[in-house]
Design a protein around this ligand. Structure first.
Ligand SMILES: Nc1ncnc2c1ncn2[C@@H]1O[C@H](COP(=O)(O)OP(=O)(O)OP(=O)(O)O)[C@@H](O)[C@H]1O
Length: 448
């Protein structure tokens, strides 16, 4: 039963028999759990309002009160908490009702210390499952989608990101929409010592100031109309891990002082609850807006900006890192053909050239969507330019013969297209009718 300490466990015992509370407490503390007790439902409610518990052992017979009402009340205050009903043999029927009402399990009194510990370990494991699942998904994502690049500009960004990943410095990630800011935030979390803990994202534009406050810090039951259950809040979920504030430029101005205070002091209050809580959270934020301009216009707090941008990373748009298009396209293709069970295995020369010349206004997200679509509609092994659905845009992007262009510009575009469609430099040189060393020199000259 070694897992008791490593999964952590805050347990509340509710029973009106002092002897039971004493024995249970002894058995559980012996295994390293942290235990609190309550002798009535009123006491239990008061404790639950102040502290977070993972598990509660609840005796359904608390004086005159209906055990089911007490259970309902608890689930309202702490819906994340697992509740195990403790019952006498003669009242097993009520325990079954309690399970229907949301209890996790029941235990028949008298029970042995081993039965009690086993029940605790089982429930605490379930309680931790969601958090572990999230951490695992992060791991799998990291492995499958390991962020990498062949572009010097992007490699510089990744190197700085790695360098600061394991510090607790807040990082602001800038870049156009779809460049992979969320992806980089995930990677930074994965490279940090917080990687085994939760990575929690808040999408700022989707929430009003009031909703954002309760989403971020949680609320107590009855804090506002419709708050029928207490919630923990993202900050608490991210305790020990990373909180990613996506599109921070849209974070409500009215709530910015509270976010600033949390970043500075690590302290916050749930909505409708005066108790001050603490959480150890690393903040990453991202935006495609110009926050400095927003500060000048009074739409974003300067002090908050300086807390968020201890380190700033700017992801270049995809059109400025054409070296990455091919690798990304191949990775997306492998992923989608596997998912959809499709025949495509690679890109024809025309498609490769089109992927390279297109300007990708929607960046990596657009590339991913284009490849997903192509992987579905392509009936053969090679994806051709027609499957990409970029036809007109590519044509309008690519310089045309006879257009008002210098010979140099035309030559540069032509060489870029042939290079993208060729497997090797030698092959490209043959197609262009020049020798490989000339091609090498021209590549350098045009920065290709
Ligand atoms: N380097 C990468 N490797 C694999 N997938 C990537 C990479 N960069 C971005 N993506 C994919 O591209 C899509 C957009 O990425 P992401 O959401 O991180 O961009 P963003 O810059 O945060 O966008 P927005 O500003 O619109 O929120 C996602 O599906 C993501 O998985």
């Amino acid at each position: 039963m070694e897992q008791s300490t490593d999964i952590g466990g805050r347990i509340l015992l509710v029973d009106d028999e002092a002897a039971i509370l004493r024995t249970f407490r002894y058995c559980l503390e012996d295994r390293g759990y942290s235990v609190a007790t309550a002798a009535s439902s009123a006491q239990a409610e008061a404790i639950l309002q102040r502290q977070v518990f993972d598990l509660c052992f609840l005796d359904l017979r608390l004086g005159d009160e209906s055990g089911l009402d007490v259970l309902q009340q608890m689930r309202g205050i702490a819906p994340w908490m697992r509740v195990v009903i403790v019952t006498a043999h003669s009242a097993v029927d009520t325990a079954v009702d309690a399970i229907q009402a949301g209890a996790a399990d029941y235990l028949v009194k008298p029970c042995s210390p081993e039965q009690l510990r086993l029940a605790a370990a089982k429930q605490l494991e379930v309680r931790q499952m969601a958090a572990r699942l999230e951490a695992l998904e992060g791991e799998i994502r990291k492995r499958n989608d390991a962020i990498g690049s062949n572009s010097p500009a992007m490699m510089g960004v990744l190197e700085t990101a790695r360098q600061f990943a394991d510090t607790d410095a807040n990082i602001l990630i800038l870049g156009e929409s779809g460049t992979g800011k969320g992806e980089l935030a995930h990677a930074i979390h994965g490279w940090s010592r917080r990687s085994k803990k939760a990575f929690v994202t808040i999408n700022c534009p989707s929430l009003s100031a009031d909703l954002m406050e309760s989403e971020l810090f949680g609320h107590s039951r009855g804090a506002f109309t419709g708050a029928t259950e207490s919630t923990l809040g993202r900050v608490s979920q991210a305790d020990g891990g990373t909180l990613f504030l996506d599109e921070i430029g849209d974070f409500p101005l009215a709530l910015q002082p509270k976010l600033l205070r949390f970043i500075q002091d690590k302290e916050y209050e749930r909505v409708g609850d005066p108790v001050t809580r603490r959480a150890d959270v690393r903040i990453l934020a991202a935006t495609n807006l110009n926050l400095e301009e927003m500060v000048r216009e009074g739409r974003f707090r300067e002090d908050l900006l300086y807390r968020l941008n201890v380190i700033t990373l700017t992801i270049p748009p995809l059109r400025e890192r054409p070296e990455d298009v091919r690798d990304l396209a191949e990775r997306f293709l492998a992923h989608f053909v596997k998912n959809y069970g499709r025949p495509a295995r690679g890109f024809g020369a025309g498609a490769t050239a089109a992927l390279r010349t297109y300007r990708w206004p929607g960046n990596v997200r657009e590339l991913r969507n284009v490849i997903e679509r192509a992987s579905i509609i392509c009936p053969q092994a090679m994806i051709e330019v027609s499957h990409l659905g970029l036809g007109e845009q590519v044509a309008s992007n690519a310089p045309r013969v006879g257009e008002a262009l210098s010979l140099e510009e035309l030559e540069k575009a032509h060489i870029a297209g042939v290079l993208a469609a060729s497997e090797t430099l030698e092959q490209a040189a043959r197609i262009l009718g020049i020798d490989a060393s000339t091609l090498y020199r021209k590549r350098k000259q045009y920065g290709l």
